[in-house]
Design a protein around this ligand. Structure first.
Ligand code: ADP
Ligand code: ASP
Ligand code: MG
Length: 402
């Protein structure tokens, strides 16, 4: 007998037929004598629809506490429906909200971090032979207020339960049959991987491959939880995410695209020491996530600094900079939302010179202009025009992987 944690994403529970599909797959493993905890996301586009509703009330943005209260409702719907479907098929099930399942988080509403999971209630329900259906994406903070974990956070809920309960297996079911070398919806020749290391998966997820939430991979790595990413509709093996993977010849593990980026340029800053410090320290204090940074060479006593932030932080960033015009002393600040970040990831590139040149050649051959570049040991990212993003992903993918 094993303890198995299974997570099903929004598209896997999008309608009644899909909910029954999930119920059947869960029951299959339950009938073999296993203890089953199922984590589910909100049905289909429910979370997006709830965000729309909030914007109807306040287009300038509601308070994050109330937004979390609203968004957590999506998962409440799907857990109850799945538990009902399991019961209808003749098996015992119980649905639990995040707090009932013991999820404690910090108070960073809309992007809360899990502080602890106390699985006492889940254990008690398993002892009663129930299939336990847990709402992903949510917990409560020290004030007993509802928090959510950030978009795609149900993956992290599943891994957290697997870690807290020392589960034998953690399976992430989704609408593709594994992790591919690029988003299979964009790149026709993308190849499915049998396995991928935590490190490479974490980079891919952070750089935009939404098949796994990056925090879930971080947590899986920390607690040594092996993940399997697999299809909720087809029955075949998926991709295993684990510490060590057998050496493959492939230099590049994958290509990722992230359209959730804005580029901000502060021009005409004084070319004196401490300017970058002042600017980024101010933004750090407001928890702005800075990514690629480019500073121009000083000329005539001034310089420009360009950097990227997530799209939803662009307006706040511009406000912070404009409010500091007196102390920062710059001429103007501009932004561009029509940009996309394309990245290649692979632990092998560290020891192979010429990888960057090869990537840039692929972009040149496709007539894609590079606006910014950033590199680390195992990734290279470029910022390009959003309209070129799919063309660029395909060009880079075929250069390295096809
Ligand atoms: P879920 O609702 O199950 O959490 P998501 O939409 O969050 O599913 O993630 C699955 C999607 O991730 C796929 O439909 C696919 O388009 C996208 N995706 C992006 N990059 C990759 C990749 N490298 N491999 C597989 N899928 C990817
Ligand atoms: N329902 C949430 C979202 O859409 C959480 C998740 O899907 O993992 O982001
Ligand atoms: Mg997801």
């Amino acid at each position: 007998m094993s303890l198995i944690v299974k997570k099903f994403g929004g598209s896997s529970v999008a309608n009644a037929e899909r909910v029954f599909n999930v119920a059947n797959r869960v029951i299959e493993d339950y009938k073999k004598g296993n203890d089953i905890v199922v984590v589910v996301s909100a049905q289909g586009d429910t979370t997006d629809d709830l965000i729309e509703k909030a914007l109807e009330i306040n287009p300038d943005g509601c308070s994050k506490r109330e937004l979390d209260m609203l968004l957590s409702a999506g998962e409440q719907i799907s857990i109850s429906l799945l538990a009902m479907a399991i019961e209808k098929l003749g098996y015992p099930a119980v649905s639990l909200l995040g707090w009932q399942a013991g999820f404690k988080t910090d108070s960073n509403y809309s992007a809360a971090r899990i502080k602890s999971v106390d699985p006492e209630r889940i254990r008690a329900e398993l002892d009663k032979k129930n299939i336990v259906v847990v709402a992903g994406f949510q917990g409560t903070n020290k004030f007993d207020d509802i928090t959510t974990l950030g978009r795609g956070g149900s993956d992290t809920s599943a891994v957290a339960i697997a870690a807290a309960m020392n589960a034998d297996l953690c399976q992430i079911y989704t609408d593709v049959d594994g992790v591919y070398t690029a988003d299979p919806r964009i790149v026709k020749n993308a190849q499915k991987m049998n396995e991928i290391s935590y490190e490479e998966m974490l980079e891919l997820a952070t750089l935009g491959a939404q098949v796994l939430n990056n925090r879930s991979v971080e947590m899986a790595k920390k607690y040594g939880i092996e993940l399997e990413v697999l299809s909720s509709l087809e029955k075949k093996p998926g991709t295993i995410v684990k510490e060590y993977v057998s050496m493959e010849k492939m230099l590049i593990k994958g290509v990722a695209k992230d359209n959730n980026v804005s580029r901000i340029s502060v021009v005409g800053l004084e070319d004196v020491p401490g300017v970058a410090f002042k600017l980024f320290n101010m933004l750090a204090a407001k928890k702005i996530n800075i990514d690629i940074i480019l500073q121009s060479v000083g000329r005539d006593g001034t310089k420009d600094i360009t950097f990227t932030v997530p799209k939803d932080q662009r307006a706040t960033t511009i406000d912070i900079i404009n409010n500091a015009k007196q102390s920062l002393k710059f001429i103007d600040v501009f932004f561009d939302d029509n940009v996309s970040k394309i990245s290649i990831v692979g632990a092998g590139m560290e020891t192979h010179p010429g990888v960057a040149a090869k990537m840039f050649e692929a972009l040149f051959d496709s007539d894609v202009n590079i606006q910014m570049i950033s590199t680390s040991e195992i990734k290279i990212s470029v910022l390009i025009d959003i309209n070129d993003s799919e063309k660029a992903v395909n060009a880079v993918h075929s250069k390295f992987i096809d």
